[in-house]
Design a protein around this ligand. Structure first.
Ligand code: NDP
Length: 451
């Protein structure tokens, strides 16, 4: 058995039910095969075995009281995966599907993503099976306070700096940070994604979506292409999707799709201008369903169906896809239909939206494929910039942050291509991202000895 197969097998054996985690480990570990031969020192120090085991997992009870006065109990988690190159850093997800396997997959991916940003950040992820949907603001506040009542003792500006993810946006970060500040009596950069008035960074809300489009633009440029007049499919309707749509519009493309967990919409005329404002108000303020967009603008809405199914079934042609909803959203069949209909660039705003069978389709068809850990790294990179501004106690201008974000995305793109070429997989962004992210962390782990 090879070193890599041994590691994958051990992970499977230890935690047989953590399927998303197995999927992420398998993908990363297989791309690291070429490093094994060149770095016997990593093998000897068991770096491959160590890197798949979190530094620690914190799991806790989150009791809170709903608006009816009933006690509710949720489960909270923080997976502090690896702090070899900097303090733990990674988002919090509030969604009923959250369990240890999902958070371990996200925390594991975060190690390599954070390393790719060129900033000193380790990998972590956390969250809860709490569902903010349908809850009042005061219920969300009480839950966030109960969650922070335990989390506060495990985090710190130089220890672990959480941020948002699915179900955790500006409102939740405000409640979480407000409570942390109250009980610790300290105003530090312990969370990112904060409001501008209390230590947030300009461009942080936009960063993941913008970054995924900047990354796509870099990939397109390698083939002499750009966004102008391209038709784009975006999934999701939340933070990442909204700003992916905005930036693609700005670069001259036409974005025609969106979805949430209840419906998918197709707007052939393009989701732009007043319609984009409506989307943001619908999702960020009224917290409504995407169907309302279709009702208001009279466009196609398919309830209960994933957008990639709708695109395949309706035979819709798109040039570029920016999946920005959730993991494993594009299956192999839908990936094949996308590519067959002319899609030649996929830039992942979401984490692991493409399962292995979809990635196989992209690789066989030679489409430009930017994996999440590279393409959506703009969010955490800008969180890193927020941490820097908090440390130096000086905010940067919008232009300064955006320029840094653009530069970081350019550097990530180059790092992926360089590593892919160096290890004999020219043009393979996935292998390049995994190897480039891994090398820095592995080298740091080796330097520390056996700890
Ligand atoms: P949000 O909660 O703001 O939005 C998520 C959107 O995806 C919502 O519209 C949600 O619908 C939809 N969605 C969730 N699950 C499904 C599903 N099974 N089928 C269809 N639609 C679904 O989250 P974000 O935009 O922040 O995150 C989206 C993705 O991007 C995630 O994979 C996240 O990990 C990743 N990401 C986010 C970063 C960030 O900075 N926010 C950074 C890097 C990656 P509904 O409203 O019905 O729940």
């Amino acid at each position: 058995m090879t070193v890599i197969d041994g590691v994958i097998e051990k992970v499977r054996r230890h935690d047989p039910d953590q399927t998303e985690f197995h999927q992420a480990v398998k993908e990363v570990m297989h791309s690291l095969e070429p490093t094994v031969e060149r770095h016997p020192e990593f093998v000897k120090a068991k770096i491959y075995e160590r890197i798949v085991e979190p530094d620690r997992v914190i799991m806790f009870r989150v009791p809170w009281v709903d608006d009816q006065g009933e006690v509710q109990v949720n489960r909270g988690f923080r997976v502090q995966f690896n702090n070899a190159i900097g303090p733990y850093k990674g988002g919090l997800r509030f969604h009923p599907s959250v369990d240890l396997g999902i958070l371990k997959f996200l925390g594991f991916e975060q190690i390599f993503k954070n390393s790719l940003t060129t900033l000193p950040m380790g990998g972590a992820k956390g969250g809860s099976d709490f569902d903010p949907k349908g809850k009042s603001d005061t219920e969300v506040m009480r839950f966030c306070q109960a969650f922070m009542r335990e989390l506060f003792r495990h985090i710190g500006a130089d220890i672990d700096v959480p941020a948002g993810d699915i179900g955790v946006g500006a409102r939740e970060i405000g409640y979480l940070y407000g409570y942390y500040k109250k009980i610790v009596n300290e105003h530090t950069g312990v969370l990112t994604g904060k409001g501008l008035e209390y230590g947030g960074s300009l461009v942080r809300p936009e960063a993941t979506g913008y970054g995924a489009v900047y990354f796509a633009a870099e990939m397109l440029a390698t083939r002499g292409e750009d966004f102008k007049d391209k038709v784009v499919a975006v999934s999701g309707a939340g933070n990442v999707a909204q700003y992916a749509v905005a930036k693609a519009n700005e670069l001259g493309a036409k974005v025609i799709t969106l979805c949430d967990s209840t419906a998918s919409i197709i707007d052939e005329a393009g989701i732009c201008d007043e319609k984009w404002d409506f989307l943001c108000e619908l999702k960020n303020v009224r917290r409504g369903r995407i169907k309302e967009y279709a009702d208001k603008y009279g466009v196609l809405c398919v309830e209960g169906k994933n957008i990639w199914d709708v695109i395949r079934e309706q035979g819709i042609k798109v040039d570029i896809a920016v999946p920005s909803a959730t993991q494993n959203e594009i299956d192999g069949k839908n990936a094949a239909a996308l590519v067959k209909n002319g899609c030649f660039c996929i830039s992942e705003g979401a984490n692991m939206p493409s399962p292995p069978e979809a990635i196989e389709v992209y690789q066989e068809s030679n489409v430009l494929y930017g994996p999440g850990k590279a393409a959506n790294a703009g969010g955490v990179a800008t969180s890193g910039l927020e941490m820097t501004q908090n440390s130096i106690k000086m905010p940067w201008t919008r232009e300064e942050v955006d320029n840094r974000l653009k530069l970081i995305m350019k550097e990530i793109h180059k790092a992926c291509l360089d590593a892919a070429e160096e290890y004999g997989r020219k043009g393979d962004y996935m292998t390049g991202a995994n190897i480039a992210g891994f090398m820095k962390v592995a080298t740091a782990m080796l330097a520390y000895g056996v700890v």
